[in-house]
Ligand binder design. Sequence first.
Ligand SMILES: [Mg+2]
Length: 236
Amino acid sequence: MIFREKLDKVKKAMNKIIFDFDYTLLNAKKYRESLGRIFFKTGVSRKNFEKTLIQAREEGLFYSLKRQISLIKKVQPEIKIESLKKAWKEIDGEMKKFVYADSEEFLKKIGKKYNTFIVSCGNEKTQKHKIYQSGLSKYFKKIFIAKTEEKSISIRKIIKRSEEAIFIDDNPFILMAAKKSFPNLIAVRINRGQGRYSKDKNKYPIDFTIKNFKELEKILNNENFKNRKEKSSRNH
Ligand SMILES: [Mg+2]
């Protein structure tokens, strides 16, 4: 490998940002609420909606919208499959509305400077479909759907063990686990005040906690961030 190529490789590694999807780029709470509202219109009862929502996640499987629809059909066979399919289309059409207001602008801004990736966990088809419908997929070099809550297997496809990259997630446990596997990962916890982990304190080695992407932008441009990186590389 010629020297120039090596330099390019280092530069690339320094410029990778990995994003989580739900509660990082997309307001999953709003999505879930709309899902309910749209299904209620087809005649699905609240009780059956909640029940099938839980059932669609059972047996260690991740939630799948397709699975929920077939479960709804079982408990309320009087609902026509056409109206359920129509509801699905309606949800797809609304997906862009659930993207956090600052997500697209931020991705546009950093697109030239950084290689961006999504590592989301869940049912592969459902998650990929959600991401595609959100209109954000064009901003990412590659999208990975992790099959377990542990994202390290997917992150390994993006970076080497000692490589440096920025990883943003709302789940502090995922960040902690990822840092164990990738010691030079810069873990950024985004807490938008929503999601299962929003009340959890930072008990873990998280490098930065932010409320939105404006704050991340400041960090990326900030001297502190550069200093921190220098300090950490001195420690290794
Ligand atoms: Mg998340």
